[in-house]
Design a protein. Structure first.
Length: 496
């Protein structure tokens, strides 16, 4: 049977409210004194005001109800995220409202949200912790020349990206989302994509600029993280902004008893750490030395499986990988420069488990998650400006890996504490024509406590101690953050 529209239920709701008020009046004792009568009249006035507030709330929520009804009819992508009865693997709900239907085909009324993110930071190396991490031994070879000041952290107050998110339904066939990242240097399009609504056989197509679905953490925005900063393996092997690129993504949820998601992505290949592209240069003597290659230059794939463990437990495990047909690097040493070119590939695994005992506002909820990444770059010298010139054609193969493991526990309603261990470069070596260089690993341990007054605000205190491998050994330092996050606008629960 088709559910009644909220407008259709409103007259019945009003009539019932008026009938209840009349019954209450007729039930007053005839001998009631004036004070008692006034008290009951005041109570009825309060009830009437509450009923009026509920009616107004019902009126305002009609578009959201339409969204929820539309979302319930969508593919099993969203069914897994919201409707399977299991605890959701997510932080405080700060993501924009799920894409849904517009009241009319010509209306432009997207759900809009703004997320403020800032923090106070202090480290023991005069504010140079970000640069030290960027130059970790075995990882500091890439320079994309995009003008970003990666890794910069001020001693004191910092304003991170402010996210402005707009999402809406285009028509019966497509939804769309725009995410703008605003900071002191300007505005950047972080995500701008469309996604299909009704492809058959559990298929869904996303196209535009978006975060890749590989791994667990990569697709999350900073306000979804359980810690202030990105884990070392993600930062050093996917780049400062993660694997965020332009292309298409096709996902498939096969009709299996266990939730399974299979994804394939064709990406342009503009990632500094995996698929950096310098392109043609007119500078002599390197003109024409680097290949020109149109996109897509990066292909990725992933599989995620989520068995049903009952109402109190949730588990998701995944495998992922990718290959870049072109990866180019410029190594500028001050006294000269080398242009390197070749290919790269990566692989990894991710998992997350959550137990939710049903306590108020996350009290007693435990979430464990971790990922392992492995990356290989096969490059050769395409051109050299060194004096004397570095031999063109010399090959070099670099191999790195890394992992992180973290846990977050709800110590009280709206209060959480987290602990994370991360390491990058457990295997870190550079094989060249003149021998093999082995590098030390970089590691860090972090702990935090967070207070979420509501689902739209968060305060977090975090401490970390890092040992970053460098040319002269491992450098140790502490990092302290005091972070705030505030969200305006419509927000829903995050996906699994």
């Amino acid at each position: 049977m088709k559910p009644a529209h909220p407008r259709a239920t409103r007259p019945i709701f009003v009539r019932k409210a008026l009938a209840a008020a009349l019954l209450a009046l007729t039930a007053l004792p005839a001998a009631a004194d004036e004070a008692e009568l006034l008290r009951k009249l005041e109570a009825l006035e309060r009830e009437t005001a509450e009923l009026r507030r509920q009616l107004e709330s019902l009126h305002r929520s009609e578009p959201a109800a339409s969204v929820a009804q539309s979302s319930a009819q969508r593919s099993s992508h969203d069914a897994h995220a919201h409707g399977d009865g299991r605890p959701q693997i997510a932080g405080a709900g700060l993501e924009p409202l799920k894409l849904g239907t517009l009241p009319s085909a010509n209306a432009f009324n997207p759900a809009i949200s703004v997320i403020f993110d800032g923090f106070w930071h202090h480290d023991g190396v005069k504010g140079e912790s970000g640069e030290i991490i960027e130059e970790a031994a075995g990882f500091h070879g890439h320079h994309d020349g995009d003008g970003h000041e990666h890794g910069s952290l001020k001693q004191g107050f910092n304003l991170a990206h402010t996210e402005i998110v707009m999402s809406a339904s285009v028509d019966n066939y497509f939804d769309a989302l725009l995410n703008l990242a605003v900071d002191e240097d300007g505005i950047e399009v972080e995500e701008a994509y469309g996604v299909t609504r009704g492809l058959p056989a559990g298929l869904q197509l996303k196209f535009g600029k978006f975060y890749s679905g590989v791994g667990y953490l990569n697709a999350q925005h900073p306000h979804e993280w359980d810690f202030v900063d990105r884990p070392l393996p993600h930062h050093l092997m996917f780049g400062d902004h993660g694997l965020n690129d332009t292309g298409v993504q096709l996902t498939w949820v096969p009709p299996l008893p266990t939730y399974t998601l299979v994804g394939l992505e064709l990406l342009q290949g503009d990632n500094e750490a995996l698929a950096n592209y310098v392109g043609e240069t007119d500078s002599e003597p390197v003109a024409g030395a680097l290949r020109e290659r149109s996109g897509p230059r990066l292909v990725t794939g992933f599989v995620k499986v989520g068995p049903d463990l009952g109402p109190d437990h949730a588990l998701q495990a995944g495998l992922f990988g990718g290959r870049a047909s072109v990866h180019q690097e410029l190594h500028d040493h001050g006294h000269g420069a080398n242009y390197l070119e070749g290919s790269s590939w990566f692989a990894g695994t991710d998992w997350v488990w959550q137990y939710d005992r049903g306590g108020a506002h996350g009290h007693g909820r435990l979430r464990l998650q971790g990922e392992y990444l492995y990356r290989v770059k096969d490059l050769e010298t395409a051109a050299s400006l060194d004096e004397p010139a570095f031999a063109v054609g010399n090959q070099r193969r670099s191999t790195q890996d890394g992992l992180y493991v973290q846990g977050v526990y709800g110590i009280a309603p709206r209060w959480t504490t987290g602990l994370r261990y991360e390491a990058a470069g457990l295997t870190s070596k550079l094989e060249r024509h003149d021998g093999t260089l082995d590098y030390d690993d970089s590691r860090r341990i972090s702990a935090n406590v967070a207070w979420n007054p509501t689902e739209f605000s968060r305060l977090r205190l975090q401490w970390g101690r890092a040992g970053i491998a460098g040319d002269e050994g491992r450098e140790w330092f502490n990092q302290v953050y005091l972070q705030y996050q505030l969200a305006l606008g419509a927000h829903g629960a995050h996906k699994f």
